[in-house]
Design a protein around this ligand. Structure first.
Ligand SMILES: NC(=O)c1ccc[n+]([C@@H]2O[C@H](COP(=O)([O-])OP(=O)(O)OC[C@H]3O[C@@H](n4cnc5c(N)ncnc54)[C@H](OP(=O)(O)O)[C@@H]3O)[C@@H](O)[C@H]2O)c1
Length: 293
């Protein structure tokens, strides 16, 4: 499977990324099957965050990675920082808050590296825009992590174009992606200027919850037109939604969240399938529940 070069940088990731948000909900042997089914299908990039599973998910991956024969250079590890949760695993946290201070970013990365059993991250993202952010301080943390070889590339998540532009201009190191919610169920970013901004600046996006988090699918599985389209493209309904996303001209890399190894495998079938624009718009109308204007 061909890799995607993120925003013209030297970071090459798989065109579908496997999200690790819910890996604390499955047994370790199921986790191994999940990751291995990804690797067998060419999915080599794993999306983490320090906070997933109340600070436990990175450790689940790290335990698997330590005992696996997979070489570090054959996978890409993404993680995020900047949110502090109240958790028994972080007894020093006194309130839920965002923290993008230099000290917190560096401390968070050090902990992620330890949990993941690795000595570097391929990509570090600031998890959410922080109203109290000081871009120069973020830049200093990023510089220090880059010089120390602990993080190779940097980006953000859930930033609006203006938040992205503000921090990009002030923080120094190149920001190579914004990971945001995009799906047929969350398509506003295709209409409100968000995607256009990233397309204009030739920046790749990562799409979280590309199936809308799974809860919305139930509302369309019995739709006759959806069933017809799934049959036409020889895809499951979940994969039809992934295919829909990948047919947007912006460089969007979906971060899938299934814990089902068979769904991980089948997701890669969607790559390179061209969807007719009439089908694309019909699917959009169904997921939006209203006609396009
Ligand atoms: N940056 C951020 O702020 C942020 C926020 C949220 C998530 N993320 C990242 O994005 C990843 C994906 O998020 P997500 O889990 O919300 O993604 P998603 O892929 O949209 O949703 C996954 C859910 O959909 C279900 N599902 C998949 N196919 C289905 C089908 N055909 N029918 C019914 N249900 C189906 C899955 O159930 P099964 O497990 O049973 O297949 C799972 O519960 C996360 O793991 C995380 O890495 C990032």
């Amino acid at each position: 499977m061909n890799k995607i070069r993120l925003s013209g940088s030297t970071l090459n990731i798989s065109p579908i990324v496997l999200g690790m948000w819910h890996v604390n909900t499955i047994e370790q042997n199921q986790f191994e099957k999940l990751v291995e089914s990804g690797l067998e299908s060419g999915i080599t990039t794993f999306d983490h965050a320090d906070i997933y599973g109340g600070y436990t998910c990175e450790g689940i991956f790290g335990k698997w990675f330590k005992n696996s024969s997979v070489k570090r250079e054959d996978i890409q590890l993404v993680s995020k920082c900047g949110i502090k949760l109240i958790s028994e695993n972080r007894p020093d946290h006194t309130a839920k808050q965002y923290d993008t201070s230099k000290a917190h970013i560096i401390d968070s990365v050090n902990r992620s590296l330890k949990s993941l059993n690795t000595d570097y991250l391929d990509l570090l993202l600031i998890h959410r825009p922080n109203p109290l952010i000081k871009p120069r301080e973020v830049g200093e943390a990023f510089d220090e992590l880059k010089v120390a070889g602990k993080v190779k590339h940097f980006g953000v998540s859930n930033f609006t174009p203006s938040q992205f532009s503000y921090i990009k201009n002030d923080c120094g190191v190149p920001l190579i992606t914004n990971q945001i919610e995009i799906s047929a169920f969350a398509s506003e970013v295709m209409f409100d200027g968000t995607l256009d901004y990233f397309q204009k600046h030739k920046l790749s996006l990562m799409a979280w919850s590309p199936l809308g988090g799974g809860t919305h699918i139930k509302s369309i599985v019995e739709n006759e037109l959806v069933k017809t389209l799934a049959k036409k493209y020889e895809l499951s309904i979940g994969d039809l939604l992934l295919c829909w996303l990948q047919n947007h001209p912006a460089p969007i890399v979906p971060v899938i969240g299934t814990m089902n190894p068979d769904r991980v495998k089948s997701a890669t079938k969607t790559l390179g399938i061209a969807m007719d624009s009439a089908d694309w718009f019909q699917l959009l109308e169904i997921t939006r529940g209203r006609e396009i204007a």
